[in-house]
Design a protein around this ligand. Structure first.
Ligand code: SF4
Length: 177
């Protein structure tokens, strides 16, 4: 039987959700029999090709994130968002309390930088936008919240998808343990 193709991307994130994916440990060996991981930070393949399931970690916080989310959405049948940043904006959305100028100033011109420090322009870094959950940019089919979601929750979600069901996480899997 053909393997289910999966691609994943990380946007504005700490990579903790992908680390939790890897925390499935030996289960990954069984999953490798039925899943082919294509483009992903784990495989370091960056170009998306058509897949069955797309997974996004992280919020949409700049124009590049938005392009990546749209690109993966266009290449997957089912899009699953992983973690509170992707589901709700998460801790990153705290910066929405400030203007983008204030945020850039805080990042690049603090007490610890020299007086010659330069705040990068949009030619240097992707232009920042308001921080958004992924579903404000593209259609999302299923949600795996948590910061990060536990390996158990990720395994449950993938198992449901492999069985042809859209996963709805039981409440006991909504917290990390
Ligand atoms: S949800 Fe938590 S673990 Fe996942 S990227 Fe955001 S901060 Fe990191």
């Amino acid at each position: 039987m053909a393997k289910v193709k999966v691609a994943s991307a990380w946007l504005d994130c700490c990579s903790g959700c992908h680390m939790s994916f890897l925390d499935m440990d030996e289960i990954l060996i069984d999953l490798a029999d039925v899943i082919e991981l294509t483009a992903s930070p784990i495989t370091d393949i960056k170009e998306f090709s058509p897949v069955d399931v797309g997974i996004i970690e992280g919020s949409v916080s700049n124009e590049h994130d938005e392009q990546v989310a749209k690109n993966l959405r266009a290449n997957c049948k089912i899009l699953m968002v992983l973690g509170d940043c992707a589901c709700f904006g998460g801790i990153n959305s705290m910066r929405n309390l400030f203007t983008i100028e204030e945020v850039l100033h805080r990042y690049y011109s603090t007490e610890s930088t020299t007086k010659d420090s330069k705040i990068p322009s949009s030619e240097d870094i992707p232009p920042l936008t308001e921080v958004k959950p992924v579903n404000q940019v593209v259609k999302v089919d299923c949600y795996v919240p948590g910061c990060p979601p536990s390996a158990k929750a990720i395994h449950y979600a993938l198992t449901e998808l492999l069985a042809g069901r859209i996963p709805v996480l039981p409440s006991e899997m909504m917290r990390f343990d």
